[in-house]
Design a protein around this ligand. Sequence first.
Ligand code: NAP
Length: 295
Amino acid sequence: MDRIRLSDTLEMSRLVYGMWRLSDDADTSPEHVRNKIAACLDQGLTTMDQADIYGGYEAEEVLGNALTPELRNRIEIVTKCDIVAPVGRYADKRVKYYDTGRAHILASVEHSLRLMRIDHIDLLLIHRPDPLMDACETGAALDEVVDSGKVRAVGVSNFRPWDWKLLQASMRTPLVTNQIEISLLHNAPFTNGDVAFHQRHGQPLMAWSPLGGGALFDEGHAKLRARLAEIGAEQGVDDSAVAIAWLLAHPARILPVLGTNRLDRISRIGDAGTVRMDRETWFDLYTLALGHEVP
Ligand SMILES: NC(=O)c1ccc[n+]([C@@H]2O[C@H](COP(=O)([O-])OP(=O)(O)OC[C@H]3O[C@@H](n4cnc5c(N)ncnc54)[C@H](OP(=O)(O)O)[C@@H]3O)[C@@H](O)[C@H]2O)c1
């Protein structure tokens, strides 16, 4: 599997395994989680995507219970912070909110390290743009966690170009990626400036819910799904591999973050890298996703 260099200290696999749904699985035993990670590693997929809030602030611990020192050294761990929701360790909060203050970022890093039983996070992302963000304070806190060695690299998620510029202007450390929603079903970032902004600066993007969180397989998208299956059948892969290949074909160097809990699907994630996608096929799928021909 291809690897993408994000900074001097960080390289990630082109396809990433997302752990948002990890604690929704009927089986969250350390052995089963290790089997999932092993299925990823067998294909060269080494990057795991977490967030403090996943599983009501429990998914990081589910991963931590499964990690051995040997396994930890074979993977890169991405995690996120700033969402405070009234569940788990924040059950006493009245409302859901974002916190990009220094104290929260530092405390969140400590929680993540402790729950995952690791001594550093490979990539820490600010999960959502915070309307109350004091860019100087947030930027300094991100510089601080990198300087301390607890975090190797920092980035953001769901940021628009102006949010990125505001934060980056207030810190020394370069932000290395933005994790945003991109898929056949959520294709606006290709034309609204989000992808173009990062492409202009040579920053790879991570794409969350690259299969529309499963919505791609709903009845409403039957025509698109049939075409994906047809292309897949010609190349010996399934429809989801073609949908992921559609993202890989874009020159912006997108890293899709896939979230299936099924071992059989996990063990086929790498198929996407084998799909040939010419320009005409890319537009064929784009046309079906838009529901009309391009102008
Ligand atoms: N930064 C953010 O704000 C943000 C937001 C959302 C997600 N994320 C990250 O992105 C990751 C991926 O998100 P996601 O789980 O929504 O991604 P996804 O890969 O688009 O969707 C996964 C869902 O699709 C289903 N699915 C997969 N293949 C299928 C198939 N062939 N037929 C039918 N259903 C299928 C899976 O069900 P099965 O489990 O049954 O296969 C699962 O429910 C998350 O784990 C998280 O790390 C980040």
